[in-house]
Design a protein around this ligand. Structure first.
Ligand SMILES: [Zn+2]
Length: 219
C-alpha cells in the first residue's frame, strides 16, 4: 500500500476489489437493509462492473455507496492515488501537484483533495451518537496470515498484524456487548439481527489512515 506503483492506483478493477475486500470482509453488505453476503453480482455488459443486487430487498448497489466516492465521475483508482499522495509526503502535496500527476483538472483535483481531507478529519462524525446514545468502537484486522501467503507477497516483517489491514467498526446504540469483539463476523451478525442499529466501517491504509468509511443504518 505504500508504493504508488501498486495496481490499485492505476487499475479501476483492482481499486474496486481493494475497497470491497476492506469494506466487505464478510461479503457484500446491502446499504439499504444491511443484509450481509446475500447479494448477486450483476453480470453482462449492460451493468456497471461491481454492481450487486441484494437478494433480500432487491436494491442494486456497489461498494462505493455510502462512501466519499459515491456517484463520483472520477475513477476510484484516482481517488485512492490522490489519498496516497496526500498521505505519503510528509509536507503534504498540493492539490495542483496531485492534479498534474493524476491528469485531473485544477477544479477536479481541488475538489478531490478537499473531500479527502474532510473525510480524514471526521473523527467525530455527526451521524453517530447524539443525546443519550452510546457509541462503541473496535478494530480488527482483515487479510490473510503472512505465513499462508505466497513467498513473493509476504512482507517479511514479523508476525501478528503484519500484512493485514485494520478495519475499524463503530456502533451506535445498545450493542449488548457484541462490540467487545475479537470477531468481525459476530459484529456483522449482531447488526444483521437488528441488535445494533447503525454500523460504520472504516477501511484504512496500513499506516492507519482511513481511505473510506461506510455507514449502514437499520430502518
Ligand atoms: Zn437489501
Amino acid at each position: 500500500m505504500s508504493d504508488i506503483s501498486n495496481p490499485i492506483f492505476h487499475d479501476e478493477a483492482k481499486a474496486r476489489e481493494w475497497l470491497e475486500a476492506r469494506l466487505w470482509a464478510n461479503g457484500p453488505i446491502c446499504p439499504k437493509c444491511g443484509t450481509v453476503d446475500e447479494a448477486t453480482l450483476m453480470q453482462g455488459k449492460s451493468h456497471r462492473p461491481g454492481l450487486y443486487q441484494c437478494n433480500a430487498c432487491r436494491e442494486p448497489f456497489t461498494v462505493t455507496v455510502g462512501t466519499l466516492y459515491e456517484r463520483s465521475k472520477v475513477p476510484l483508482h484516482k481517488w485512492l492515488a490522490a489519498t496516497h499522495l496526500m498521505m505519503a509526503s510528509k509536507k503534504g502535496m498540493s492539490a495542483l501537484q496531485i492534479g498534474r500527476l493524476l491528469g485531473l483538472s485544477k477544479k477536479t483535483s481541488w475538489f478531490l483533495c478537499h473531500r479527502i481531507r474532510e473525510s480524514l478529519r471526521e473523527t467525530d462524525p455527526g451521524m453517530l451518537g447524539g443525546e443519550g446514545s452510546t457509541v462503541e468502537m473496535d478494530e480488527t484486522y482483515v487479510g490473510g496470515l503472512e505465513k499462508n501467503k505466497h513467498r513473493s507477497k509476504r512482507k517479511h516483517k514479523g508476525t501478528g498484524g503484519v500484512g493485514k489491514e485494520a478495519v475499524y467498526a463503530l456502533v451506535d446504540g445498545e450493542s449488548n456487548g457484541c462490540v467487545s469483539i475479537k470477531n468481525y463476523e459476530k459484529f456483522l451478525n449482531a447488526f444483521n439481527n437488528g441488535e445494533i442499529k447503525r454500523l460504520v466501517v472504516v477501511a484504512s491504509f496500513s499506516d492507519g489512515v482511513s481511505a473510506a468509511r461506510r455507514s449502514v443504518s437499520q430502518s
